[in-house]
Design a protein around this ligand. Structure first.
Ligand code: DX5
Ligand code: ZN
Length: 246
């Protein structure tokens, strides 16, 4: 199931309620909330009070992407504010297993995120614990950056691992998703598509959401492509013989 998760990072915060209602009308079924602390990433955004305000006006799941150090300290506050999904960066968590259990213990769906420089196999031991894996296709911290194509082979590899290990996590992608990149990420296996600037920066957010979701759904109907032509190598080959893939 393909879902669009607009990132409010690029929304007009003075009109946040209207902007999020518009994207839901355009077909968005998840709202992505980027939380930055000025330490883990070089930018500061929003915290639990904004999540609490969004919760009052929205029924769709609030997908809180924590780009923060020491996320354990703030997970209870985000859960209390009404977050449905909470994801943490593998790179920020010394005790990742504990942090994912903490999210679940607070009644939220746990997710794990990897930066462009982090390999998929860094998640081997936690894939059975998570509701979603978020593959960053830009270096986190800012909207409007250029899509990093090597993320495609990571999405493809996650999809294959999920199948071979019979796991149930969903695959989300974040960064540089717009009409020129959405088909590639969907064909690679991404199901939850985060998009910020392409939705909110120009034109009508509702119509932008509708168009992007339509492009994604059209791509999902097409046969899976050979990604080696896009990323310059076989995704499965990256793992050598260490994993038996279908
Ligand atoms: C980047 C954030 C993204 C960002 C995506 O650190 O995690 O969610 O808002 O913005 P675009 O779609 O403009 O790349
Ligand atoms: Zn994000």
């Amino acid at each position: 199931m393909i879902e669009l998760a607009p990132s409010i990072l690029s929304a007009d915060f003075a009109r946040l309620g209207a902007e999020v209602q518009a994207v839901v009308e355009g077909g968005a079924s998840v709202l992505h909330v980027d939380v930055m602390d000025g330490h883990f990433v070089p930018n500061i955004t929003i915290g639990p009070p904004v999540v609490a305000s969004l919760r009052k006006v929205l029924k769709v799941p609030l997908d809180c992407h924590l780009m923060i150090d020491r996320p354990d300290d703030l997970i209870p506050a985000f859960a209390e504010a009404g977050a449905d999904w909470i994801s943490v960066h593998q790179e920020a968590c010394v005790h990742l297993d504990r942090t994912l259990h903490l999210i679940a213990a607070h009644g939220c769906k746990p997710g794990v995120v990897i930066n462009p420089a982090t390999p998929v196999h860094a998640l081997d031991e936690v894939l059975s614990l998570v509701h979603h894996v978020l593959v960053m296709s830009v270096n986190p911290g800012f909207g409007g950056q250029t899509f990093i194509h090597s993320s495609l082979k990571k999405i493809e590899l996650l999809s294959k691992i999920r199948e071979s290990r019979r796991l149930g996590f969903r695959i989300e992608v974040d960064g540089g998703i717009h009409r020129d990149t959405v088909a590639d990420v969907v064909r690679a296996g991404a199901e939850i598509l985060v998009s910020g600037s392409a939705i909110f920066e120009q034109g009508n957010p509702s119509e932008n959401a509708r168009q992007l979701l339509k492009s994604a759904l059209d791509a999902a109907k097409q046969p899976v492509q050979d990604l080696s032509s896009v990323v310059g190598g076989s995704a499965a080959g990256e793992r050598g013989n260490s994993l038996s893939l279908p």
